[in-house]
Ligand binder design. Sequence first.
Ligand code: OAD
Length: 266
Amino acid sequence: MDSNKNESSSHNDHYTLYPDLSQVIKELRNAKRVAILTGAGISTESGIPTFRDGLDGFWSQFDPLELASPQGFAADPARVTRWYDERRAAIAKCQPNPGHIALAKLEQIVSPNKNLFTLVTQNIDRLHQLAGSKNVVELHGSIWEWRCTKTGKQKEYRGGPFEQYPPPSDNGGILRPSVVWFGEPLPPDAWRTAENACTICDVMLSIGTSAAVYPAAGLIDIAQSNGATTIEINPEQTQATPRIDLQLRGAAGVILPIVVDHLSRS
Ligand code: OAD
């Protein structure tokens, strides 16, 4: 069988594997504005465990609330900053995976001038930016940014592990990661941008998120209530699945390159 036939058969397989694929391609082709919501699932193929699976080994003895909350930090700032610094060191070794790279390509296909494609992420690893995505909104902050608890002065820390926990700031206070902890408000500008993007989009893709944490998960309902077509990419069902219009059931690193490949063929 010559390669064209091979290719066309694999293309047809895609439509068999993912029954909603042809409708997804049609929606993206006609979309004027696209909003994307990503969660930890899009980074698993880069070797970063999802938030809930991430508590392994020594850290499995702790409840996430003890490690990702203002109360947990107040009770033991050394433990919390050590946990985040170990995650920062682990993430430093990770690279964007085909899912991140496909999303950066999708932005260029859908809206080269950027402002009609908004990628809202709950992730704190910045792999989307590393993959080339331009218009990224970080709802939960970034593990690379740390700030002084006294002055709020924030700085990027890309170096090796801190020498002590909690790490001292350069003006007598201590540093905390600039990530959103349970019970803390989202950065107002980030939320406003995300909410607006999901209000005016024609198509919204929810990728690699359990849609369990609000207000982020509420962006799906905002898009839907404004008439957007909603699409979910996830190997599992999620809390949003019953409300979502189209499903691509599988890994983001497998499915997104297929979507981009089909879109790139006119
Ligand atoms: P979760 O760990 O709650 O959910 C991860 C989702 O990714 C699950 O639905 C998995 O099925 C899915 N998944 C796993 N592998 C995947 C793959 N290869 N491709 C696509 N999907 C895959 O992570 P989040 O939904 O991101 O917030 O959690 C949201 C927030 O909960 C986090 O940002 C964090 C946590 O509380 C704060 O810390 C404030």
